[in-house]
Design a protein around this ligand. Structure first.
Ligand code: AMP
Length: 619
């Protein structure tokens, strides 16, 4: 029985660095939606080929053959500047090209149908979202618009806004940008993933408030959040993390190790060869996974570079050694989270592990040791928990009537402190980190010189007292201050953070009432409304191209099938001739009509199907 009729479904999407996952609330439970291959997670991968665009598994499966046009891990680029040292470091090891676009925003360069194309990270992410939307639509049999997209809790304002824009480009109505660990905490609270039956928050209802620590280590990001959970109310106490720490970094370390070994053995440097690097990376990721269950494995790549094979053995101990510093960073961040929440490690009731990289035994051991041998909760699926929790929250926002969903209360926090720069360059903190959101906070500034008529408002995020070491989000000048001796005129500055964690700052001259307001990320070199509109139109174009490509493949497949049927079906010579002729005509038509519109291709398809209804039976 559907839990609510006549209501458009709302989905939860975990848009991951390596894999994405989509879930929906249906029949009084959240369900993970499998893709067209039957997989419950889909690679966050987009490929561009001579024939068209490929998404998800289809894109990942052809990576080694087409490395420079297969794009992955764009979550590491989204909302960042090209000159960012993190971006510079990543692109060194990526087989696809990334260049500096306008306003220092990274652009991904690919060859699509023989033409060079450049895309922003938002556009590539939107393509992954299109795939997730389609997976949900196929499963639900209806159009899906409403969605929650999750992001690492430690994503900054610009990364959140960019993710929201990616959703809009994909044709989604993004109801909320939700923090991944918070979604995982909801999944934990509902505790239905492994049990597959309704077992609601009643479980925690009768008990006292629990402090739940979510340790979320995925493909590209790491978050640690502490929440209090009671009576279906989830309150984030503190969150911290690293938006650039995860499985991809562990892969990098292995790749680096192998590149050095290859150089030492054969005196050959493979770093300039995209195909070799990509193939080595695939083998390293596989070896990393193997080392979660074995203590020794091998990395073998035939003809890795200039005809030379590569083969090496790697032990779990060596892998741990290579990543030692990265692993330790994870426990350092747990310490920071607990200290922000002002709670001792003994006060944590439950430690929940989510994210694919928490399968690494050393990570599990380090977390367990940190909590002095405490049993870790691994009962919720590490790859699915985030989408699962997001689907529950999506159902809540969508007006689902199920009691437990309806009563869900979520209080999130802002991950980084926000403030303005004083006249002497010091940071005035307006919203301290870990402040519950939505929130509104004010500060006042006075004029620094006599007869000052305008005031520069510089907005920063970060924790350092000297503003210049923090991240400048935006600046604007407020005019309309009436001339007066210094220190007399006052400007009120208001920080308003919405439930998505997106910040709007407004400033007002007290005496004249003159005002100015900005939504930070829109002014910060990110996409304008017109740019987003253009990308929405482009996305529709790419979708139409995909459909055309699919229709061409169907026509080609039917024609080839007809040819083989003509040979095998035991029909008369004249029937055989007609079949062969029709099939050859269709193939010739495809060859001479490369730019045919979808309507024309479908017309050809229809003609074949109506002439040979037997074909329709199976297709
Ligand atoms: P997520 O972003 O949560 O989907 O996590 C993806 C990351 O988990 C990728 O870097 C994978 O290589 C990694 N991963 C998945 N399974 C394993 C495993 N068995 N051992 C180590 N890492 C894994």
């Amino acid at each position: 029985m559907a839990s609510r009729r006549n209501i458009a479904p709302a989905i939860g999407i975990d848009l991951g660095t390596t894999y994405s996952c989509v879930a929906v609330w249906q029949n009084n439970r959240a369900e993970i939606i499998p893709n067209d291959q039957g997989n419950r997670i889909t690679p966050s991968c987009v490929a561009f080929t001579e024939d068209g665009r490929l998404l998800g598994d289809a894109a990942k499966n052809q990576t080694d053959m087409n490395p420079t046009n297969t794009v992955f891990a764009v979550k590491r680029l989204i909302g960042r500047r090209f000159s960012d040292s993190i971006v510079q470091n990543d692109v060194k090891y990526w087989p696809f090209k990334v260049v500096a676009g306008p306003k220092d925003r990274p652009k991904i360069v690919v060859n699509y149908r023989g033409v060079e194309k450049q895309f922003y990270a938002e556009e590539i992410s939107s393509m992954v979202l299109v795939k997730m939307k389609e997976i949900a639509e196929t499963y639900l049999g209806s159009i899906v618009k409403n969605a929650i997209i999750t992001v690492p809790a430690y994503f900054n304002d610009s990364q959140r806004q960019a993710t929201k824009n990616a959703g809009a480009i994909a044709g989604l109505n993004v109801m909320r940008i939700m923090d991944e660990p918070t979604a995982a905490a909801i999944a934990y609270g509902f505790d239905k993933i492994t049990k597959g039956r309704k077992k609601t928050l009643k479980k925690t209802k009768d008990k006292k408030k629990k402090s739940v620590l979510i340790f979320d280590l995925g493909g590209g990001t790491f978050d640690v959040s502490l929440l209090s959970v009671v009576h279906g109310k989830f309150v984030v106490q503190a969150t911290t993390g690293d938006t650039h720490l995860g499985g991809e970094d562990f892969d990098d370390r292995l790749v680096e190790h192998c590149v050095k070994e290859f150089k030492k053995k054969y005196n050959k440097d493979i770093t300039g060869n995209a195909k070799s690097l990509r193939r080595l990376r695939t083998a390293c990721e596989r070896a990393k996974r193997m080392l979660s269950s074995s203590v020794m494995t091998s990395i073998d790549v035939d003809y890795l570079y200039e005809g030379v094979d590569f083969s090496t053995r790697i032990s779990r101990a060596r892998f741990e050694e290579l990543n030692k510093e990265l692993f330790t960073r994870c426990t350092d961040l747990i310490e920071k989270c607990l200290s922000d929440a002002k709670i001792d490690k003994t006060g944590v009731d439950v430690v929940v592990l989510v994210g694919g990289s928490t399968r690494i035994p050393k990570i599990q051991q380090l977390v367990q040791d940190f909590f002095k041998g405490k049993e870790l909760c691994m009962g919720i699926h590490p790859d699915e928990a985030v989408a699962y929790g997001a689907a529950i929250q999506a159902a809540n926002l969508n007006g689902e009537r199920d009691k437990d969903v309806k009563n869900l209360v979520l209080v999130d926090v802002t991950p980084l402190s926000l403030g303005v720069c004083d006249n002497d360059g010091k940071m005035t903190f307006v919203v301290p980190r870990n402040t519950p959101i939505p929130t509104k906070k004010m500060t006042s500034r006075v004029t620094a010189i006599d007869n000052q008529t305008s005031c520069l408002i510089s907005i920063y995020e970060g924790e350092i007292a000297d503003s210049k070491y923090n991240n400048l989000l935006a600046e604007f000048t407020l005019d309309g201050i009436e001339p007066a001796p210094k220190g007399v005129s006052k400007v009120d500055v208001c920080f308003d953070i919405d439930a998505d964690g997106i910040l709007t700052v407004s400033a007002e001259v007290k005496s004249s009432g003159h005002k100015k307001k900005i939504v930070i990320s829109k002014q910060n070199g990110d996409l304008t409304a017109a740019e987003i509109q253009k990308m929405i139109e482009d996305a529709a174009h790419y979708k139409a191209e995909d459909e055309k490509h699919k229709a061409r493949i169907s026509l080609e497949y039917l024609a080839e099938k007809l040819k083989s049927m003509a040979m095998d079906s035991g029909c008369s010579a004249s029937e055989m001739k007609t079949m062969e002729e029709k099939a050859e005509n269709a193939i010739a038509w495809l060859e001479t009509n490369h730019h045919a519109e979808i309507g024309e291709i479908n017309k050809q398809l229809k003609e074949l199907k109506t002439t040979f209804p037997a074909l329709c039976e199976e297709n």
